[in-house]
Design a protein around this ligand. Sequence first.
Ligand SMILES: *Cc1c(COP(=O)(O)O)cnc(C)c1O
Length: 401
Amino acid sequence: VSVERAEALALDAADPLASFRDAFVITDPQRIYADGNSLGRLPRAVAAVITDAMHEWGDRIVEAWDGWIDLPTRVGDRLAAVCLGAQPDEVVACDSTTVNLYKLVHAACDLREGAIVTDRANFPTDRYVLEGLAGSRGRRLVLADSVADALAVPDAAVVCLSHVDYRSGEALDMAALTRTTEALVVWDLSHSVGAIEIDCSTIDLAVGCSYKYLNAGPGGPAFLFVRRALADAMRSPIQGWFGQHEQFAMGPRYDPLPGAARFLAGSPPVLGLLALDASLDLLADAGMPQIARKGRALTSLAATLADDWLAPLGFTLATPRDPAARGSHVALRHADAWPICRALIERANVVPDFRRPDIVRLGFPPLYTRFADVWDAMDRLRGLVAAGEHHHVDPRARRVT
Ligand SMILES: *Cc1c(COP(=O)(O)O)cnc(C)c1O
C-alpha cells in the first residue's frame, strides 16, 4: 500500500481541528459524508439557536423583530471578518446566490457598457442569470471556452467567474485575474467560502451561498460583497424597503442605504440567518488559515490515493495537483461515474455526488472530515470498483444528483 491507514490515523491524532467534529450532529458513525460541498452537516449549536428563536417568536411575537431586523448586516459583517477578508458594510447575508448575482450584475451594467461574459463551464444558475440579463439589458452574452478567453473579451462590461470550479475543484487567483481586465468581475464564492482563504480586498464584487462549507442548512441565506468604494454608485434593481434609508420612516421616495446594505430587498430569512450566525462561531474558532491548511492536506491525501489505487481502475484525477490551486473537494473522472456514485451510497455507505458527464465528486470539509475518512472513502471506492459492484445498482437517473 502507498499510504497505510495508520498514517491517516496519525494525521488525525496530530490535527489541531480534530475536536470540531464533535460540534456536528453525526447519526451514523460508519457513514463517510463526502458531500459537505453540496449541503454541509448540521452544527449541534444550530438546534439550540433555532429552539430559542421559536421561544422568542412564540413569546414576544412582533416585538422580537427588534433583535432580528439587523441580522442581514450583522451576519454579513461577521462573514466578512471570519471568511471573506472584507470590511464592515461590504457584505450582507440575504436572498439566494442566484438572486444576488442578478442584483449585482444588473447594477454593474449601469456602470459599464459592453458585453456580459462568463465561461461555458461556469455553474448553471450563473449562466442562466447572465443569459436573462443580457436579453433584458440588451447586451451581448459571451460564453467563452475558458476563463482566459472570458477575461480577454475586449468589450466586456461584466465578467462572472467562479473562484473554485464546482466540478474540477480548481481554484483561481482572484486578485491576479481581476487585475487583468477593465471589466467588473463578479466572483462566485459558493465553492470556496469556508473552505479556503478569501481576500475580498483585492476584488470588486462577489456572491456566494451558505449551505455548503458554511453549514447554514438547506436554503440558508446567500451573501453578496460590494467593495465600499463602488457601492454608493450602484443601484439594486429591486428597490425594496430593507435597502431603504430609515426603513420605518416609510417615506415617499426610495433612498438607498450606503454600502452593501442597499442590495437588501425584503424581509430576511431569520431562522436561516440565526443558523448561519451559529455556524460562523465554529469557523471563527477554528480560523480560516487552519481550515484551509487542513483542507489542502485532506485533498492531498485523496489525490495520492487516487493516483496509487484508482488510476489502475480507470479513474483520472480532474482536480489540480497543486494544493494551492484547489478548493476542498476532489473530482475523479470515470466512464461509469454515475453507477459508481450510486454504488458508493447504497453499498459502501460513502456519500459523494455525481456531476455530468463523468465526475465523482468527493468533498472533504475540514471541520468534520478526518484523514481516516478520506483513507476509508478511497479504500471503499477502490474495493467497490475492483469488485464491479457498480454494475449491480439501479442505473436510473434521480431528480437530485
Ligand atoms: C451552489 C452554488 C450556487 C447556488 O445558487 P443558489 O441560488 O444559492 O441555489 C451558485 N453558484 C455556485 C458556483 C454554486 O456552487
